[in-house]
Design a protein around this ligand. Structure first.
Ligand code: GLN
Length: 481
Protein backbone atom coordinates (compact mmCIF):
# COMPACT_ATOMS: atom_id res chain seq x y z
CA UNK A 1 0.00 0.00 0.00
CA UNK A 2 1.25 3.44 -0.87
CA UNK A 3 2.29 5.60 2.10
CA UNK A 4 -0.76 7.78 2.58
CA UNK A 5 -0.52 8.83 6.23
CA UNK A 6 0.68 12.36 5.56
CA UNK A 7 -0.43 12.69 1.95
CA UNK A 8 -2.45 15.74 0.97
CA UNK A 9 -6.07 15.31 -0.05
CA UNK A 10 -5.08 15.98 -3.67
CA UNK A 11 -2.42 13.27 -3.51
CA UNK A 12 -4.91 10.72 -2.19
CA UNK A 13 -7.38 11.80 -4.88
CA UNK A 14 -4.71 11.15 -7.51
CA UNK A 15 -4.11 7.67 -6.11
CA UNK A 16 -7.83 7.01 -6.28
CA UNK A 17 -8.27 8.44 -9.77
CA UNK A 18 -5.39 6.41 -11.17
CA UNK A 19 -6.78 3.35 -9.39
CA UNK A 20 -3.61 2.78 -7.39
CA UNK A 21 -5.87 2.41 -4.37
CA UNK A 22 -9.58 1.86 -3.97
CA UNK A 23 -11.77 3.94 -1.69
CA UNK A 24 -12.34 0.96 0.61
CA UNK A 25 -8.57 0.50 0.90
CA UNK A 26 -8.19 4.15 1.86
CA UNK A 27 -10.86 3.74 4.53
CA UNK A 28 -9.26 0.66 6.05
CA UNK A 29 -5.81 2.20 5.88
CA UNK A 30 -6.89 5.16 8.05
CA UNK A 31 -9.02 3.05 10.37
CA UNK A 32 -5.94 0.93 11.00
CA UNK A 33 -3.92 4.02 11.75
CA UNK A 34 -6.53 5.36 14.17
CA UNK A 35 -6.52 2.02 15.97
CA UNK A 36 -2.77 1.62 15.95
CA UNK A 37 -2.30 5.04 17.56
CA UNK A 38 -5.28 4.80 19.86
CA UNK A 39 -3.16 5.70 22.89
CA UNK A 40 -2.92 9.25 21.52
CA UNK A 41 -6.53 9.56 22.73
CA UNK A 42 -7.66 11.42 19.60
CA UNK A 43 -10.85 9.44 19.03
CA UNK A 44 -13.72 8.43 21.26
CA UNK A 45 -15.00 5.91 18.74
CA UNK A 46 -13.71 4.46 15.48
CA UNK A 47 -16.44 2.94 13.35
CA UNK A 48 -16.41 -0.52 11.89
CA UNK A 49 -15.29 -0.23 8.25
CA UNK A 50 -18.35 -2.13 6.99
CA UNK A 51 -20.74 0.28 8.71
CA UNK A 52 -19.34 3.37 6.98
CA UNK A 53 -21.65 4.79 4.38
CA UNK A 54 -21.39 7.67 1.96
CA UNK A 55 -24.28 9.53 0.41
CA UNK A 56 -22.27 9.93 -2.76
CA UNK A 57 -20.73 6.75 -4.04
CA UNK A 58 -20.00 8.12 -7.47
CA UNK A 59 -16.52 9.52 -7.75
CA UNK A 60 -17.78 13.01 -8.61
CA UNK A 61 -17.85 14.39 -5.07
CA UNK A 62 -15.01 16.77 -4.23
CA UNK A 63 -14.07 14.66 -1.20
CA UNK A 64 -14.78 11.31 -2.78
CA UNK A 65 -13.02 8.61 -0.75
CA UNK A 66 -11.21 11.06 1.53
CA UNK A 67 -11.89 10.02 5.13
CA UNK A 68 -12.22 12.28 8.15
CA UNK A 69 -13.36 12.56 11.76
CA UNK A 70 -16.09 14.68 13.33
CA UNK A 71 -15.74 16.30 16.73
CA UNK A 72 -18.05 14.56 19.17
CA UNK A 73 -20.40 17.57 19.34
CA UNK A 74 -21.44 17.30 15.66
CA UNK A 75 -24.39 15.01 14.97
CA UNK A 76 -24.17 11.99 12.71
CA UNK A 77 -27.35 10.00 12.50
CA UNK A 78 -27.23 6.69 14.35
CA UNK A 79 -23.85 7.42 15.96
CA UNK A 80 -23.02 8.34 19.52
CA UNK A 81 -22.99 12.05 20.31
CA UNK A 82 -21.52 12.60 23.77
CA UNK A 83 -19.66 15.92 23.71
CA UNK A 84 -17.16 13.92 25.81
CA UNK A 85 -19.60 14.21 28.72
CA UNK A 86 -21.02 11.56 31.07
CA UNK A 87 -24.33 13.39 30.75
CA UNK A 88 -24.65 12.19 27.14
CA UNK A 89 -22.97 8.81 27.46
CA UNK A 90 -24.83 6.32 25.30
CA UNK A 91 -26.83 9.04 23.52
CA UNK A 92 -27.25 8.50 19.78
CA UNK A 93 -27.87 11.29 17.27
CA UNK A 94 -31.25 11.06 15.56
CA UNK A 95 -30.31 13.12 12.52
CA UNK A 96 -27.30 14.36 10.54
CA UNK A 97 -25.86 17.80 11.10
CA UNK A 98 -25.91 19.82 7.87
CA UNK A 99 -22.11 19.64 7.69
CA UNK A 100 -22.24 15.86 8.12
CA UNK A 101 -24.75 15.55 5.33
CA UNK A 102 -22.83 17.85 2.99
CA UNK A 103 -19.50 16.13 3.57
CA UNK A 104 -21.08 12.78 2.91
CA UNK A 105 -22.69 14.15 -0.21
CA UNK A 106 -19.24 15.26 -1.29
CA UNK A 107 -18.24 11.60 -0.98
CA UNK A 108 -16.27 11.74 2.28
CA UNK A 109 -16.35 8.63 4.47
CA UNK A 110 -16.58 9.56 8.16
CA UNK A 111 -14.49 7.24 10.32
CA UNK A 112 -15.43 8.10 13.87
CA UNK A 113 -15.87 10.54 16.73
CA UNK A 114 -13.08 12.86 17.79
CA UNK A 115 -12.31 13.44 21.46
CA UNK A 116 -12.80 16.96 22.84
CA UNK A 117 -13.08 19.01 26.00
CA UNK A 118 -16.41 18.34 27.67
CA UNK A 119 -19.06 20.40 25.81
CA UNK A 120 -16.14 22.19 24.10
CA UNK A 121 -15.23 23.93 27.35
CA UNK A 122 -11.48 24.00 27.72
CA UNK A 123 -8.18 24.75 26.03
CA UNK A 124 -6.24 21.56 26.61
CA UNK A 125 -8.65 18.67 26.04
CA UNK A 126 -8.17 17.70 29.68
CA UNK A 127 -11.84 18.18 30.57
CA UNK A 128 -13.00 15.23 28.42
CA UNK A 129 -14.90 12.92 30.76
CA UNK A 130 -13.49 9.90 28.96
CA UNK A 131 -9.82 10.36 28.26
CA UNK A 132 -7.13 12.91 27.64
CA UNK A 133 -5.60 13.61 24.24
CA UNK A 134 -1.82 13.85 23.87
CA UNK A 135 0.11 16.15 21.58
CA UNK A 136 1.74 14.02 18.84
CA UNK A 137 4.87 16.21 18.92
CA UNK A 138 5.46 15.52 22.60
CA UNK A 139 3.08 13.16 24.33
CA UNK A 140 3.76 14.73 27.73
CA UNK A 141 2.05 17.87 26.40
CA UNK A 142 -1.54 18.86 25.62
CA UNK A 143 -2.75 19.15 22.01
CA UNK A 144 -4.72 22.26 22.96
CA UNK A 145 -8.51 22.35 23.08
CA UNK A 146 -11.31 22.08 22.86
CA UNK A 147 -10.98 20.34 19.44
CA UNK A 148 -7.89 18.45 20.67
CA UNK A 149 -8.89 15.06 19.27
CA UNK A 150 -9.77 16.44 15.83
CA UNK A 151 -6.45 18.25 15.62
CA UNK A 152 -4.16 15.57 17.10
CA UNK A 153 -5.58 13.02 14.64
CA UNK A 154 -4.76 15.21 11.64
CA UNK A 155 -1.32 16.18 13.00
CA UNK A 156 -0.41 12.52 13.54
CA UNK A 157 -1.56 11.51 10.05
CA UNK A 158 -4.45 9.40 11.36
CA UNK A 159 -6.91 11.14 9.01
CA UNK A 160 -6.47 13.74 6.23
CA UNK A 161 -9.11 16.10 7.64
CA UNK A 162 -11.40 16.59 10.60
CA UNK A 163 -13.98 19.03 11.84
CA UNK A 164 -13.61 20.97 15.06
CA UNK A 165 -15.74 23.71 16.53
CA UNK A 166 -14.86 27.18 17.69
CA UNK A 167 -16.40 29.33 20.36
CA UNK A 168 -13.28 31.15 21.54
CA UNK A 169 -10.35 29.54 19.72
CA UNK A 170 -10.97 25.81 19.93
CA UNK A 171 -9.82 25.09 16.38
CA UNK A 172 -7.00 27.64 16.09
CA UNK A 173 -5.34 27.05 19.44
CA UNK A 174 -4.89 23.29 19.02
CA UNK A 175 -4.01 23.77 15.33
CA UNK A 176 -1.12 25.96 16.43
CA UNK A 177 -0.07 23.62 19.24
CA UNK A 178 0.04 20.69 16.81
CA UNK A 179 1.35 22.37 13.64
CA UNK A 180 -1.70 22.10 11.38
CA UNK A 181 -4.13 24.44 9.61
CA UNK A 182 -7.44 25.38 11.25
CA UNK A 183 -10.13 27.86 10.27
CA UNK A 184 -12.63 29.80 12.35
CA UNK A 185 -15.10 30.83 9.64
CA UNK A 186 -17.20 34.02 9.55
CA UNK A 187 -20.13 33.70 11.93
CA UNK A 188 -22.99 32.21 9.94
CA UNK A 189 -20.94 30.86 7.03
CA UNK A 190 -21.13 27.24 8.16
CA UNK A 191 -24.44 25.83 9.35
CA UNK A 192 -24.65 24.85 13.02
CA UNK A 193 -27.70 22.65 12.51
CA UNK A 194 -26.69 19.51 14.40
CA UNK A 195 -23.87 21.13 16.38
CA UNK A 196 -24.48 20.88 20.12
CA UNK A 197 -24.67 24.52 21.23
CA UNK A 198 -22.16 25.96 23.68
CA UNK A 199 -22.43 29.75 23.22
CA UNK A 200 -24.70 30.28 20.26
CA UNK A 201 -23.69 33.83 19.38
CA UNK A 202 -20.09 32.65 18.95
CA UNK A 203 -20.12 28.98 17.87
CA UNK A 204 -18.86 27.98 14.42
CA UNK A 205 -17.71 24.66 12.96
CA UNK A 206 -14.27 24.77 11.33
CA UNK A 207 -12.10 22.43 9.23
CA UNK A 208 -8.71 21.06 10.34
CA UNK A 209 -6.14 19.85 7.78
CA UNK A 210 -2.38 19.73 7.21
CA UNK A 211 -2.32 22.16 4.28
CA UNK A 212 -4.13 25.33 3.32
CA UNK A 213 -5.42 23.85 0.04
CA UNK A 214 -6.92 20.88 1.89
CA UNK A 215 -8.60 23.22 4.32
CA UNK A 216 -10.11 25.27 1.50
CA UNK A 217 -11.44 22.09 -0.08
CA UNK A 218 -13.16 20.87 3.08
CA UNK A 219 -14.73 24.29 3.64
CA UNK A 220 -15.98 24.27 0.03
CA UNK A 221 -17.78 21.00 0.73
CA UNK A 222 -19.70 22.33 3.72
CA UNK A 223 -20.09 26.13 3.79
CA UNK A 224 -23.04 28.13 2.52
CA UNK A 225 -26.61 28.92 3.36
CA UNK A 226 -28.75 26.41 5.23
CA UNK A 227 -32.46 26.85 5.87
CA UNK A 228 -32.17 24.69 9.00
CA UNK A 229 -30.01 27.28 10.80
CA UNK A 230 -31.60 30.68 11.33
CA UNK A 231 -28.21 32.29 11.92
CA UNK A 232 -26.90 30.97 8.60
CA UNK A 233 -25.90 33.72 6.18
CA UNK A 234 -27.66 33.84 2.85
CA UNK A 235 -24.49 33.37 0.81
CA UNK A 236 -23.94 31.04 -2.14
CA UNK A 237 -21.65 28.01 -2.09
CA UNK A 238 -18.14 29.03 -3.16
CA UNK A 239 -15.05 27.18 -4.36
CA UNK A 240 -12.54 28.27 -1.74
CA UNK A 241 -9.66 26.74 -3.69
CA UNK A 242 -10.20 29.04 -6.67
CA UNK A 243 -7.53 31.62 -5.77
CA UNK A 244 -4.75 29.27 -4.69
CA UNK A 245 -2.25 30.46 -7.28
CA UNK A 246 0.76 30.81 -5.00
CA UNK A 247 0.59 34.59 -5.47
CA UNK A 248 -0.80 37.26 -3.19
CA UNK A 249 -3.04 40.03 -4.57
CA UNK A 250 -1.06 42.99 -5.89
CA UNK A 251 -0.71 45.78 -3.35
CA UNK A 252 -1.64 43.58 -0.39
CA UNK A 253 -1.47 45.49 2.90
CA UNK A 254 -0.74 43.37 5.95
CA UNK A 255 -1.40 44.77 9.39
CA UNK A 256 0.93 43.51 12.06
CA UNK A 257 -0.86 43.54 15.38
CA UNK A 258 2.01 45.09 17.29
CA UNK A 259 0.47 44.90 20.75
CA UNK A 260 0.03 41.15 20.22
CA UNK A 261 3.39 40.25 18.70
CA UNK A 262 5.21 42.27 21.32
CA UNK A 263 2.80 41.60 24.16
CA UNK A 264 4.15 41.07 27.65
CA UNK A 265 4.86 37.40 28.25
CA UNK A 266 5.34 36.46 24.59
CA UNK A 267 7.82 33.64 24.17
CA UNK A 268 10.69 35.22 22.15
CA UNK A 269 10.84 32.15 19.88
CA UNK A 270 7.25 32.87 18.86
CA UNK A 271 7.84 36.59 18.26
CA UNK A 272 10.85 35.64 16.14
CA UNK A 273 8.87 33.13 14.10
CA UNK A 274 6.25 35.79 13.44
CA UNK A 275 8.89 38.34 12.41
CA UNK A 276 10.18 35.81 9.91
CA UNK A 277 6.68 35.17 8.60
CA UNK A 278 6.30 38.91 8.08
CA UNK A 279 9.51 38.88 6.04
CA UNK A 280 8.13 36.12 3.84
CA UNK A 281 5.09 38.28 3.12
CA UNK A 282 7.36 41.22 2.34
CA UNK A 283 9.22 39.04 -0.15
CA UNK A 284 5.92 38.02 -1.69
CA UNK A 285 5.25 41.70 -2.32
CA UNK A 286 3.05 42.78 0.59
CA UNK A 287 3.43 46.07 2.38
CA UNK A 288 3.54 45.84 6.15
CA UNK A 289 1.80 48.23 8.53
CA UNK A 290 1.73 48.46 12.29
CA UNK A 291 -1.73 48.15 13.79
CA UNK A 292 -2.60 48.33 17.43
CA UNK A 293 -5.75 46.69 18.77
CA UNK A 294 -5.89 47.84 22.40
CA UNK A 295 -9.34 46.31 22.98
CA UNK A 296 -7.83 42.84 22.53
CA UNK A 297 -6.93 43.20 26.16
CA UNK A 298 -10.62 42.96 27.08
CA UNK A 299 -11.23 39.94 24.85
CA UNK A 300 -10.72 37.16 27.36
CA UNK A 301 -12.76 38.85 30.10
CA UNK A 302 -15.58 39.66 27.68
CA UNK A 303 -15.54 36.16 26.28
CA UNK A 304 -15.54 34.73 29.80
CA UNK A 305 -18.85 36.41 30.62
CA UNK A 306 -20.67 35.99 27.30
CA UNK A 307 -19.66 32.36 26.83
CA UNK A 308 -20.70 31.38 30.36
CA UNK A 309 -24.00 33.22 30.13
CA UNK A 310 -24.95 31.47 26.91
CA UNK A 311 -23.64 28.12 28.12
CA UNK A 312 -25.83 28.29 31.21
CA UNK A 313 -28.89 28.77 28.99
CA UNK A 314 -27.90 26.19 26.40
CA UNK A 315 -27.03 23.46 28.88
CA UNK A 316 -30.32 23.83 30.75
CA UNK A 317 -31.76 21.28 28.33
CA UNK A 318 -29.67 18.43 29.80
CA UNK A 319 -32.07 17.86 32.65
CA UNK A 320 -32.35 14.10 32.80
CA UNK A 321 -35.71 14.17 31.01
CA UNK A 322 -34.87 14.67 27.37
CA UNK A 323 -31.32 13.42 26.78
CA UNK A 324 -28.80 10.98 28.15
CA UNK A 325 -28.15 10.36 31.81
CA UNK A 326 -30.94 10.32 34.40
CA UNK A 327 -30.82 9.66 38.14
CA UNK A 328 -33.54 7.06 38.55
CA UNK A 329 -33.24 6.89 42.33
CA UNK A 330 -34.24 10.49 43.05
CA UNK A 331 -37.50 10.91 45.00
CA UNK A 332 -38.60 14.30 43.68
CA UNK A 333 -38.33 16.06 40.34
CA UNK A 334 -36.07 18.76 41.79
CA UNK A 335 -33.77 16.10 43.25
CA UNK A 336 -33.70 14.30 39.93
CA UNK A 337 -32.63 17.47 38.10
CA UNK A 338 -30.04 18.26 40.73
CA UNK A 339 -28.38 14.87 40.98
CA UNK A 340 -28.54 14.14 37.24
CA UNK A 341 -26.84 17.40 36.43
CA UNK A 342 -24.33 17.01 39.24
CA UNK A 343 -23.36 13.50 38.19
CA UNK A 344 -23.53 14.16 34.47
CA UNK A 345 -21.45 17.31 34.20
CA UNK A 346 -17.77 17.55 35.07
CA UNK A 347 -16.38 20.23 37.37
CA UNK A 348 -15.48 22.66 34.58
CA UNK A 349 -18.94 22.52 33.04
CA UNK A 350 -20.66 22.94 36.42
CA UNK A 351 -18.47 25.93 37.25
CA UNK A 352 -19.37 27.59 33.96
CA UNK A 353 -23.09 27.05 34.46
CA UNK A 354 -22.83 28.62 37.91
CA UNK A 355 -20.92 31.63 36.60
CA UNK A 356 -23.29 31.96 33.64
CA UNK A 357 -26.37 32.04 35.84
CA UNK A 358 -24.70 34.51 38.16
CA UNK A 359 -23.77 37.02 35.46
CA UNK A 360 -27.30 36.87 34.07
CA UNK A 361 -29.13 37.11 37.37
CA UNK A 362 -31.20 40.11 38.45
CA UNK A 363 -29.01 42.82 39.90
CA UNK A 364 -25.85 41.51 38.25
CA UNK A 365 -26.73 41.28 34.57
CA UNK A 366 -26.24 45.00 34.06
CA UNK A 367 -22.75 44.97 35.55
CA UNK A 368 -21.54 41.83 33.90
CA UNK A 369 -23.49 40.79 30.83
CA UNK A 370 -24.41 44.26 29.60
CA UNK A 371 -20.87 45.54 30.09
CA UNK A 372 -19.46 42.54 28.28
CA UNK A 373 -21.71 43.33 25.34
CA UNK A 374 -20.37 46.87 25.28
CA UNK A 375 -16.81 45.61 25.25
CA UNK A 376 -17.77 43.21 22.47
CA UNK A 377 -18.96 46.15 20.34
CA UNK A 378 -15.69 47.94 21.03
CA UNK A 379 -13.68 44.95 19.86
CA UNK A 380 -15.74 44.71 16.68
CA UNK A 381 -15.28 48.42 16.01
CA UNK A 382 -11.52 48.14 16.40
CA UNK A 383 -11.34 45.32 13.89
CA UNK A 384 -13.57 47.24 11.46
CA UNK A 385 -11.37 50.33 11.79
CA UNK A 386 -8.26 48.22 11.22
CA UNK A 387 -9.73 46.82 7.99
CA UNK A 388 -10.09 50.37 6.67
CA UNK A 389 -6.29 50.61 6.78
CA UNK A 390 -5.14 47.10 5.89
CA UNK A 391 -6.49 44.04 4.09
CA UNK A 392 -5.50 41.41 6.59
CA UNK A 393 -4.10 41.17 10.09
CA UNK A 394 -1.26 38.91 11.14
CA UNK A 395 -0.87 37.95 14.78
CA UNK A 396 0.11 35.11 17.07
CA UNK A 397 -2.40 32.43 18.02
CA UNK A 398 -0.70 31.99 21.32
CA UNK A 399 2.11 33.39 23.43
CA UNK A 400 3.77 30.03 24.02
CA UNK A 401 3.95 26.54 22.56
CA UNK A 402 1.93 23.55 23.85
CA UNK A 403 2.14 23.19 27.62
CA UNK A 404 2.53 20.05 29.74
CA UNK A 405 -0.49 17.94 30.65
CA UNK A 406 -1.66 19.05 34.08
CA UNK A 407 0.31 22.33 33.93
CA UNK A 408 -2.72 24.46 34.84
CA UNK A 409 -4.60 22.03 37.05
CA UNK A 410 -4.26 24.48 39.91
CA UNK A 411 -4.40 27.66 37.90
CA UNK A 412 -7.77 28.11 36.24
CA UNK A 413 -7.08 31.71 35.37
CA UNK A 414 -4.08 30.71 33.24
CA UNK A 415 -6.27 28.16 31.48
CA UNK A 416 -8.91 30.80 30.76
CA UNK A 417 -6.24 33.12 29.39
CA UNK A 418 -5.31 30.59 26.70
CA UNK A 419 -7.93 32.25 24.49
CA UNK A 420 -6.33 35.68 24.82
CA UNK A 421 -5.40 36.06 21.14
CA UNK A 422 -8.21 34.01 19.63
CA UNK A 423 -11.54 34.86 21.26
CA UNK A 424 -11.66 38.43 19.87
CA UNK A 425 -12.49 37.10 16.40
CA UNK A 426 -15.33 34.98 17.76
CA UNK A 427 -16.69 38.04 19.54
CA UNK A 428 -16.40 40.04 16.31
CA UNK A 429 -17.78 37.26 14.09
CA UNK A 430 -14.90 37.55 11.62
CA UNK A 431 -12.82 34.75 10.05
CA UNK A 432 -9.34 33.75 11.19
CA UNK A 433 -7.06 31.10 9.76
CA UNK A 434 -4.38 29.51 11.95
CA UNK A 435 -1.39 27.98 10.20
CA UNK A 436 2.07 26.77 11.18
CA UNK A 437 4.91 29.32 10.99
CA UNK A 438 7.82 27.76 12.84
CA UNK A 439 9.23 25.24 15.27
CA UNK A 440 10.79 25.86 18.67
CA UNK A 441 14.29 24.61 19.46
CA UNK A 442 12.64 21.81 21.42
CA UNK A 443 10.71 20.76 18.31
CA UNK A 444 7.26 22.08 19.13
CA UNK A 445 5.12 23.74 16.45
CA UNK A 446 4.49 27.48 16.42
CA UNK A 447 1.35 28.91 14.82
CA UNK A 448 0.13 32.28 13.64
CA UNK A 449 -3.23 33.54 12.49
CA UNK A 450 -4.36 35.59 9.54
CA UNK A 451 -7.50 37.55 10.29
CA UNK A 452 -9.75 39.12 7.67
CA UNK A 453 -13.02 41.03 7.42
CA UNK A 454 -16.33 39.16 7.26
CA UNK A 455 -16.53 36.58 4.46
CA UNK A 456 -12.90 36.98 3.39
CA UNK A 457 -12.17 33.25 3.62
CA UNK A 458 -11.25 32.83 -0.04
CA UNK A 459 -8.76 35.65 0.24
CA UNK A 460 -7.31 34.34 3.54
CA UNK A 461 -6.70 30.99 1.89
CA UNK A 462 -5.07 32.66 -1.08
CA UNK A 463 -2.46 34.50 0.96
CA UNK A 464 -1.95 31.65 3.44
CA UNK A 465 -1.34 29.27 0.56
CA UNK A 466 1.19 31.65 -1.00
CA UNK A 467 2.98 31.82 2.35
CA UNK A 468 2.88 28.05 2.74
CA UNK A 469 4.51 27.50 -0.66
CA UNK A 470 7.49 29.58 0.52
CA UNK A 471 7.99 27.78 3.85
CA UNK A 472 8.71 24.24 5.08
CA UNK A 473 6.47 24.12 8.16
CA UNK A 474 3.57 22.17 6.68
CA UNK A 475 5.94 19.38 5.63
CA UNK A 476 7.19 18.66 9.16
CA UNK A 477 6.03 15.45 10.83
CA UNK A 478 5.96 14.38 14.45
CA UNK A 479 8.26 11.41 15.12
CA UNK A 480 6.77 7.99 15.76
CA UNK A 481 3.75 8.27 13.48
N1 GLN B 1 -11.00 27.68 25.54
C1 GLN B 1 -12.25 28.32 25.34
C2 GLN B 1 -13.24 27.85 26.35
O1 GLN B 1 -12.89 27.05 27.12
C3 GLN B 1 -12.70 28.13 23.94
C4 GLN B 1 -13.51 26.93 23.73
C5 GLN B 1 -14.07 26.85 22.35
O2 GLN B 1 -13.70 27.59 21.44
N2 GLN B 1 -15.00 25.94 22.19
O3 GLN B 1 -14.35 28.25 26.39
Amino acid sequence: MKEMAFASIQEIKNLLNTKQVSSTEVVSYFIDRLKKHDDLGASLEVFDARSITRHNTTSTGILFGIPGLLKDNIAQQGRQLTCASRSLEGYTATYDATVTERLQQAGAPILGRANMDEFAMGSSNETSAFRKVKNPWDTSRVPGGSSGGSVAAVAAGLVPWSLGSETGGSVRLPASFCGVVGLKPTYGLVSRYGLVAYASSLDQIGPVTRTVADNALVLSAMAGHDLHDSSSLNVPRVDYTALLTGKIPAGLRIGIVSNAIHAKGMDPEISNALEQAINVFRKLGATVHDISLPALEYGAATYFIISRAEAASNLARFDGVRYGLRDKTAQTLADMYRSTRHDGFGAEVRARILVGNYVLSAGYARNYYANAQKAQRLILKEFNDAFKQVDVLLMPTHSMPAFKLGAFDLDKLQMDLQDYFTCGMNLAGIPALALPCGMTQTNLPIGMQLVGPRLSEQFLYQIAHAYEQETPWHTMRPAGF
